[in-house]
Design a protein around this ligand. Structure first.
Ligand code: HEM
Length: 228
């Protein structure tokens, strides 16, 4: 399943409508399953947190919590966990096997990173070419994917501390694993605020994640002068 090869062969295809979309159907399905599962995990996690807070005096209001009381939140958390983990694993296997992760998220050049930050500070976020992620996007996607993996690992440690006692010690103990799990949630929520705001500011990216976006082969043929 080599996407680069797929695209190369698509360039020679005669039909103008042919070719892979920017976001192939499996990516879109996995993205939206992940989005729902992540929201369930975050809001139910807040319900569990409120029962035994980490930061004294800091609680989440009932409006933001999934589950009327901690036991219900825990049920939601365990249900969401399976969707998040299985879907995330499939996304990673698909991403590595198809070459999508490498192709879309690498390389990240420091100069490009700085330029994108400067452009963003000047509100230049036109995002003309949907098929290429800018350096900040690439970095944020890598960070959030790693944060997702870290949530599953720290979550396993605090869910089954006896069975995974080795993992708990590796993470610095039960309480540290809990704090790391909370910190991972904060990173993901921070990402989500920026991610959703940018998707709303540039709605064509949002529509592309729903409908698939432009066909890559057609775009490439156009670049090579086969289409106007
Ligand atoms: C619930 C609201 C969400 C919305 C509206 C949303 C929207 C989008 C959009 C529009 C894109 C395409 C960006 C582009 O082409 O420039 C995208 C990609 C992506 N989103 Fe989200 N997203 C949401 C939730 C999430 C969550 C919860 C995560 C992970 C924690 C996530 C992680 C990603 C990643 C990693 C990509 C790149 C996927 C790839 O190209 O393989 N998103 N999202």
């Amino acid at each position: 399943m080599n996407q680069v090869n797929d695209q190369t062969s698509d360039i020679a295809a005669p039909s103008p409508g042919a070719g892979r979309r920017l976001h192939p159907l499996p990516v879109r399905i996995m993205h939206w399953i992940n989005a729902v599962a992540m929201l369930v995990m975050i809001t139910s996690g807040w319900g569990i947190y409120d029962d035994d807070v980490i930061i004294r005096g800091f609680q989440f209001s009932g409006f933001w919590r999934l589950g009327d009381w901690a036991a219900w939140s825990l049920n939601w958390h365990f249900a969401g966990m399976w969707f998040l983990t299985v879907n995330g694993l499939i996304y990673l296997v698909y991403g590595f096997a198809s070459g999508r992760l490498r192709e879309k998220l690498l390389p990240i050049r420091p100069a490009e990173l700085v330029q994108t930050v400067v452009d963003t500070l000047h509100f230049k976020i036109a995002h003309e070419d949907l098929t290429v992620y800018n350096a900040v996007q690439k970095l944020l996607y890598i960070v959030v994917i790693l944060a997702g993996v870290s949530q599953v690992v720290t979550g396993l440690a605090i869910w089954k501390p006896v069975q995974f006692s080795g993992l708990v010690s590796l993470l610095g103990g039960f309480q540290t694993a809990r704090v790391l799990h909370f910190a991972g949630m904060a990173v993901i929520v921070g990402f989500l605020i920026v991610h959703v705001a940018l998707a709303l500011l540039v709605p064509k990216t949002l529509w592309a994640m729903v409908a698939g976006g432009p066909r890559l082969a057609a775009r490439r043929r156009a670049k090579q002068g086969h289409l106007t």
